[in-house]
Write a protein that binds this ligand. Structure first.
Ligand SMILES: NC(=O)C1=CN([C@@H]2O[C@H](COP(=O)(O)OP(=O)(O)OC[C@H]3O[C@@H](n4cnc5c(N)ncnc54)[C@H](O)[C@@H]3O)[C@@H](O)[C@H]2O)C=CC1
Ligand SMILES: NCC(=O)COP(=O)(O)O
Length: 337
């Protein structure tokens, strides 16, 4: 069996993605990383490596050449657009290259040339300035995956680590819009996808889910908010009837300590920060963002573009490396003989 390589996207060229990618390649042996290539601008990556004095030969390749090149050089699938960004100085002028990189990586994975996509961080506001219509990677990847299908993919964001896995049911929307966006149907759909993929992709025989409440004390019997009883509790009932092991709604403030975490495999949170604060507090350097509900594997580091430290050589590659390893593990299912 030959494992197909992974494809890393360029991410925002002014962020820490390029330097982390170079560092990951430098650590390929000590961290036992599978072969990967970047979809990016080889000249730009070469300049970043040179700026740090890192010995990273960068070689433009076609997908089939990645495994042979990877041991000696960082393989790069060249973009049509060139990049001349300055680390730490985001600019919407590079949005075309950012989007082209993601789209090319997805198409190559769909064509079977690679087994998974690992995205480097993008700054959403920079892409919005250039007219990008999707909230983030998660929704853009689902839109790309849905093209030509009769039914659109429903993407689910999961932040995963050995200690904790969390899923925000609503994602990149203002807090004020969360109560109206939260429906029993949305929670049930999310719970089904999480249960199915924890089984099929992560290999858990009987995944245990918990659902957080939305309000303090999960609503305190309705005195502190109605949604826990009227929207979340019915979703728990429906999922249970479908044979999924699930409990909740639980008060969110007491479900993330170590003993509570030992009782479930994934926690569904009702909004972005309810999910991401606990995992980034417990496992900032190890956690991985993985998109469920897609027909291909996509992972990403848990952090963003970190413009404040880009170009300083101090960004830690650990979460990107964890994302590469998880993508390889999940992508193994799609291995070719
Ligand atoms: N998957 C993605 O594409 C993601 C993109 N973002 C984007 O990133 C941009 C910046 O977001 P922020 O909230 O500032 O979060 P951030 O994760 O970029 O930075 C938060 C803090 O953590 C530090 N940090 C982040 N990664 C680090 C690393 N590998 N090593 C050492 N320190 C690190 C940064 O220096 C900063 O002080 C936003 O525009 C957001 O849209 C945020 C999260 C994920
Ligand atoms: N806070 C998580 C995040 O922003 C990741 O979003 P996405 O780009 O993976 O959709």
């Amino acid at each position: 069996m030959t494992q197909r390589p992974l494809l890393l996207t360029q991410g925002d060229p002014a962020g820490i993605g390029p330097e982390l990618t170079l560092r990951a390649w430098l650590q390929r042996d000590e961290r036992s990383l599978p072969p990967f290539a970047v979809v990016g601008d080889p000249a730009y990556l070469g300049r970043i490596a040179q700026g740090y004095g890192w010995d990273v030969p960068v070689i433009p390749v076609k997908p089939a050449q990645i495994p042979a090149v990877f041991p000696q050089a960082l393989p790069v699938i060249p973009l049509n657009t060139t990049v001349s960004a300055q680390p730490g100085k985001p600019d919407a002028a590079y949005a075309t290259s950012v989007i082209e990189s993601i789209e090319t990586a997805v198409r190559l994975v769909e064509a079977g040339s690679a087994c998974a996509v690992v995205t480097n961080p993008i700054a959403k506001h920079v892409l919005y300035d250039a007219g990008f219509p999707h909230p983030g990677h998660t929704e853009f990847l689902a839109a790309l995956a849905s093209e030509g299908r009769s039914e659109a993919c429903h993407p689910v964001m999961m932040l995963w680590s050995e200690q904790l896995a969390v899923v925000p049911v609503t994602v990149h929307i203002p807090l004020s819009k969360v109560p109206s966006a939260l429906t029993t149907d949305l929670i049930v759909l999310t719970g089904r996808i999480v249960a199915r993929e924890l089984k099929e992709r992560f290999g858990l025989a009987d995944p245990r889910l918990v659902l957080a409440g939305l309000n303090p004390h999960a609503g305190e019997n309705g005195a502190m908010g109605a949604e826990d009883g009227t929207i979340i509790a019915p979703a728990v009932e429906i999922l249970r009837k479908e044979g999924i092991e699930v409990s909740g709604p639980l008060p969110a403030d007491t479900m993330f300590h170590a003993r509570a975490r030992s009782r479930y495999d994934a926690a569904l949170a009702m909004y972005h920060d309810q999910a991401l604060i606990p995992i980034k507090t417990i496992a900032f350097d190890e956690a991985v963002n993985v998109t469920l509900g897609l027909p291909f594997v996509r992972t990403s580091p848990d952090h963003g573009t970190a413009f404040d430290i880009a170009g300083k050589g101090i960004a830690r590659p650990d979460s990107l490396i964890a994302a590469i390893k998880l993508a390889a593990r999940l992508g193994t299912r799609a291995e070719i003989p």
